[in-house]
Design a protein around this ligand. Structure first.
Ligand SMILES: NC(=O)N[C@@H](CC(=O)O)C(=O)O
Ligand SMILES: [Zn+2]
Ligand SMILES: [Zn+2]
Length: 440
């Protein structure tokens, strides 16, 4: 089996076309003569294709351990590779919860053995996500999984004293607390965004202020203790304004937008299809516009998928009974192309920043989100921006089919993904690690 690839005529970061040689796990040469003298090389014809650093997701739900019927580390990371990812952060709301060194090491090992992407487990902030006692943050940081991102995602760390202690504690190992900003009392029984549509449909509302009140509190706490805060799935115009204000004050806060909050509004809920039920909820067009503006001006640092697979039993039921969450790993690049590149707001270098470099930096992942330069690890994705495809969730690699984009035509296609020089995806098809290639 060939271990080297010559990517011929590709455009790194959308710039001028050139040849790129991948050998021995690194970018070995770049330029017209990159392939000269190379032996045993697989040539990938790349005219018209854009080469980006492999994508890094700061917010993925892999569901293992506990809900292997919805997703496993193997199925979710295979979906990630097909979406162009080389690293993902696996959220802690598993069963058992990822709140001990033992559980995060288990997830990390499952990821390593699957070999599709590097899996970085997120550690829970509190024991069992109960919001009361801090989990063993230090032990998770020092484990083989080297946890740097801590989150009770799915739940908000709503006790300000617990949040303060967590922010203080993670400073010792350069960690970050990623907050699911949802004031629980303001969202009891909430089913969708509180506004004109919820009033018309008679569904209990989830007001923007329930997110913004926590974001405002947390940036002030982060300033007070001098720690790093990350805001998960920011969804409202008001949250964008608060984060913009916090950054102008020098507060060490970062924020993420999901593809669904960039692309969809609460108008989708009118059909009562629970595939559009998500936390935080789909908001108004004004919020979507503000999130796009915030991403364009750097107020929002990254796009993260919040890939939240759910089984048919948990999703194909009446709206009120359905689970919150939607899949996203296999469509995020297309959504960012459609909403940000094809609208003229982003270059491909900006895409690399928000989907690879910045998330790697926030998660303190060393070998990903690197420049495309000789000697760098060959963690890369090759994209065909001219391709178009219709989303068929059942044909995706995720075990769950709860994509909100079913039936929509999207631009762009992942042609190949490389993890340390090994093709995990080639010609748009997943390539399992061979026994030899999987050893590391
Ligand atoms: N986003 C969701 O609606 N659901 C997530 C949890 C979360 O991200 O809050 C899930 O785990 O299903
Ligand atoms: Zn969340
Ligand atoms: Zn989540």
């Amino acid at each position: 089996m060939s271990t080297s690839y010559l990517l011929r005529g590709v455009a790194p970061l959308g710039g001028p076309a050139t040849d790129v040689l991948l050998a021995d796990g690194v970018i070995a040469a770049i330029g017209a003569d990159a392939g000269a003298g190379a032996v045993d090389v697989t040539v990938v014809e790349g005219a018209g294709l854009v080469l980006l650093p492999g994508l890094v997701d700061l917010h993925t739900h892999l569901r293992e351990p506990g809900r292997e019927d919805a997703e496993t580390v193997w199925s979710g990371t295979r979906a990630a590779a097909l979406g162009g990812f080389t690293a993902v952060h696996a959220m802690a709301n598993t069963n058992p919860t990822q709140d001990t060194a033992g559980v995060v090491e288990q997830v990390w090992r499952l990821g390593r053995d699957a070999g599709w992407v590097d899996v970085h487990p997120v550690g829970a902030v509190t024991v069992g996500l109960e919001g009361e006692r801090l989990a063993e943050l230090g032990a998770m940081a020092q484990s083989a999984a080297r946890v740097r991102v801590f989150s009770d995602d799915g739940r908000c760390v709503h006790d300000p004293v617990v949040m303060r202690r967590a922010l203080e504690y993670v400073k010792a190992f350069d960690g970050v607390v990623a907050q699911h900003a949802q004031e629980p009392r303001l969202t009891e029984g909430s089913q969708m965004h509180e506004g004109v549509v919820s009033a018309e449909l008679g569904l209990a509302g989830w007001p923007a202020v329930a997110e913004e009140a926590i974001v405002a509190r947390d940036v002030l706490l982060a300033e007070h203790v001098g720690s790093r805060l990350h805001v998960c799935h920011l969804s409202t115009a008001g949250s964008v304004e608060i984060v913009r204000w916090a950054k102008s004050r020098g507060i060490d806060v970062t924020a993420e937008a999901t593809p669904h909050h960039l692309a969809l509004t609460d108008e989708e809920v009118r059909g009562y299809d629970p595939v559009f039920k998500v936390n935080p909820p789909l908001r108004t067009q004004a919020d979507v516009d503000a999130v796009r503006d915030g991403l364009a001006d750097g107020t929002i640092d990254i796009v993260a998928t919040d890939h939240a697979p759910h089984t048919r039993e948990d999703k194909d039921c009446e709206w009120a009974a359905a689970a919150f969450g939607m899949t996203g790993l296999e469509t995020v690049l297309s959504v960012v192309q459609q909403t940000m590149v094809d609208t003229g707001r982003f270059t491909w270098a900006d895409v690399a920043r928000v989907l690879s470099q910045a998330p790697a930096q926030i998660g303190r992942v060393a070998d990903h989100g690197r420049p495309i330069a000789v000697g760098e690890p060959a963690n890369l994705v090759l994209v065909d921006p001219a391709a178009r495809r219709v989303v068929v969730p059942e044909e995706q690699a995720s075990k769950s089919a709860n994509s909100p984009l079913r039936g929509r035509e999207l631009p762009g296609r992942v042609v190949a993904t490389f993890l340390r020089g090994r093709a995990t995806v080639l010609d748009g098809v997943a390539v399992p690690a061979t026994i030899t290639a999987g050893v590391r």
